[in-house]
Ligand binder design. Sequence first.
Ligand code: AMP
Ligand code: ZN
Length: 107
Amino acid sequence: MTDCIFCKIAAGEIPANAVYEDGEMLCFKDIRPAAPVHLLLIPKTHFDSLAHAAPEHEGLLGRMMLKVPQIAAEHGLTGGFKTLVNTGKGGGQEVFHLHIHIMGTPA
Ligand code: AMP
Ligand code: ZN
């Protein structure tokens, strides 16, 4: 997806404040934070949204969800955190590359 901003971030073509990366996912700071800690966790492979997830994404999505509390804890969100996945225009999605918002205030 050449015109996808999150694909470009995943490819290192656009800078981002990365806080976690492995072979299949990347987490970086949201450019317009809505909370003291506001991170976005994305798969490196492109799919538009949760509504576009296919059976082949099942394992990846599970591993991403398990990574969320680890990343949250590393950012001091030991008292809890919010996760958000906007899906589609009607769900408030602005960037059409699946992402999980991780938000909170360090305890
Ligand atoms: P959503 O409404 O769920 O699609 O959220 C998209 C999020 O991506 C917003 O919170 C934006 O602030 C964030 N965002 C857009 N462009 C960038 C960027 N280049 N680097 C970091 N965050 C971004
Ligand atoms: Zn993309």
